[in-house]
Design a binder for this molecule. Structure first.
Ligand code: HEM
Length: 118
C-alpha cells in the first residue's frame, strides 16, 4: 500500500504542474479535465493513506501530524489552482506548499511502516 500511496501523490504532483502550466492563456476545457483528474488523485491519496493507518495497532501523534500535513499539501494544491484560475495572487500558497511538502515527506519517511518489502 505504501507504493500505491507514493504513486498516487507523485502522479498528483505531476498533474498539478501540468494544470498550472495550462492555466496561462485562455481558460481551456483540457485544463479543467486535468484539474478534475487531479481531484480524483486527492481521493486516491487519502484512501491509500487511510488504508496505511487502518493497518496500525495504535496511532501516535506523529501519524496525526503526518495526516494533517498531507491534507495541508492537498489544500494548497487546490488553493493555488482555484485562485490562479480567478487571477488572484498565489505566492503565499506556493510558500506554504513547499513547507507542507517538505514536512509531509519528512514525516512519511521517518514514520516506521516504510515499504514493507520483506
Ligand atoms: C500530497 C500529500 C501527501 C504526500 C506528499 C505524502 C507522502 C508520504 C510519504 C513520502 C510517505 C512515506 C512512504 C514510505 O514509507 O516510504 C507517506 C506515508 C504515509 N502517508 Fe502520506 N502523503 C500525503 C498525504 C497523506 C494523507 C492525506 C494521509 C492520510 C489520510 C497520509 C497517510 C500516510 C500514512 C499513514 C503513511 C505511512 C507512514 C509510515 O511509513 O509509517 N498521507 N506519505
Amino acid at each position: 500500500m505504501t507504493h500505491a500511496h507514493i504513486t498516487a501523490w507523485v502522479i498528483a504532483l505531476i498533474l498539478f504542474f501540468v494544470a498550472v502550466s495550462m492555466q496561462k492563456g485562455a481558460k481551456s476545457k483540457s485544463q479543467k479535465i486535468v484539474h478534475m483528474t487531479l481531484r480524483l488523485f486527492y481521493i486516491l491519496i487519502i484512501v491509500t493513506g487511510a488504508i496505511l493507518l487502518i493497518g496500525l495497532s495504535s496511532i501516535s501523534l506523529m501519524y496525526v501530524l503526518k495526516v494533517l500535513a498531507g491534507i495541508w499539501v492537498i489544500g494548497m494544491l487546490e488553493m493555488i489552482l482555484v485562485r490562479g484560475s480567478k487571477g488572484k495572487s498565489t505566492g503565499m500558497f506556493w510558500g506554504q506548499l513547499i513547507v507542507a511538502l517538505v514536512v509531509t515527506i519528512y514525516l512519511g519517511l521517518k514514520l516506521p511502516i516504510g515499504f514493507m518489502l520483506f
